[in-house]
Design a protein around this ligand. Structure first.
Ligand code: PDD
Length: 281
């Protein structure tokens, strides 16, 4: 596989990043994941805009322009012959000579930029998407700026493991009695013709897929209500689902051992998935 590191396209085994890189020492970096379907990047502009915002919130600057970024994405998809899969992008505050809590001077330390692809044949037609996934609820112990897409992913990673140990697929995180989001996706319930999902704030990541799916829901005459919901409300909802760049719209069929409806993916989740995939391809 060919990867991109600081201006160079290299075979992955030749790519090198310093042990002093602040992402390695302090998780001081941001990332984006853009999916690829049929060789086409999905929603690149949305991801590029959110990247700029994440960088700005952390007083970092991108080492490349959005045009260059698009070109690098396209080139990696091309050389790695990605039909279905994703492009991972990470920008970190770089590698000053020593470990220090204070940010290094941006005039003397350049950011590190890394991109690589992952091939996922059949990404849009997984067994999980046909059968739906099971989630458990866990407390949300992440930091308070979840709107910034940082590489601090230890707690979401632990949440995923808690779900696996419980025989489930993913975890929904709960704070002050209400669901914030999934470990790597936004969470929704469906009550009648109404889609309910938490409103945007610093409590959740502002999903690029979320924005598209809510737009399609409204266009399909579904009602959209942006507010927090509880696990109890979700367990008695008609349907539930999650969205992300890599899962698209993924039906949820069980929450903390309680099956939703007949335990199968609901019609609105399936419809929104279809619309999302049709519009993206
Ligand atoms: N995760 N919430 C969290 C905490 C996420 O990590 C993600 C994405 C989302 C959905 O955002 P989007 O629709 O823009 O992908 C919501 C990516 C896919 C990841 O970490 O792999």
């Amino acid at each position: 596989r060919t990867v991109y590191v600081n201006g160079e396209y290299l075979p992955e085994h030749e790519a090198r990043v310093s042990i002093f890189d602040r992402a390695f020492l302090m998780a001081d970096g941001v990332y984006e994941v853009t999916s690829v379907l049929g060789g086409k990047l999905i929603d690149f502009d949305g991801h590029a805009r959110r990247l700029e915002r994440s960088l700005g919130e952390l007083e970092m600057k991108s080492p490349v322009t959005p045009e260059q970024l698009l070109e690098i994405h396209r080139e990696l998809v091309r050389v790695n012959e990605i039909e279905d899969g994703l492009v991972y992008l990470q920008i970190t505050r770089g590698a000053p000579g020593d470990r220090d809590f204070a940010f290094p001077d941006p005039d003397t330390t350049d950011p590190t930029i890394v991109l690589f692809t992952q091939s996922k044949p059949g990404l849009a037609d997984s067994a999980a998407s046909r059968e739906g996934i099971k989630v458990i609820s866990i407390d949300d112990h992440r930091w308070g700026r979840r709107d910034i897409k940082t590489v601090q992913l230890l707690y979401p990673s632990m949440g995923k493991m808690m779900a696996k140990k419980a025989g489930a697929d993913d975890a929904w995180m709960v704070e002050d009695g209400a669901v914030t989001e999934g470990t790597s996706n936004n969470a929704y319930i469906v009550v009648g013709n109404k889609i309910v999902t938490r409103q945007l704030s610093t409590d959740i990541l502002h999903g690029i897929t979320r924005a598209a799916v809510l737009r399609y829901a409204r266009e399909a005459q579904m009602e959209v209500e942006e507010r927090p919901f509880t696990i109890a409300e979700a367990q008695s909802a008609d349907e539930a689902f999650v969205t992300s760049a890599s899962a698209f719209v993924m039906p949820v069929v069980e929450i903390d051992g309680v099956a939703l409806g007949d335990g199968k993916p609901g019609p609105r989740a399936r419809r929104l998935r279809e619309i999302y995939l049709d519009e993206s391809r």
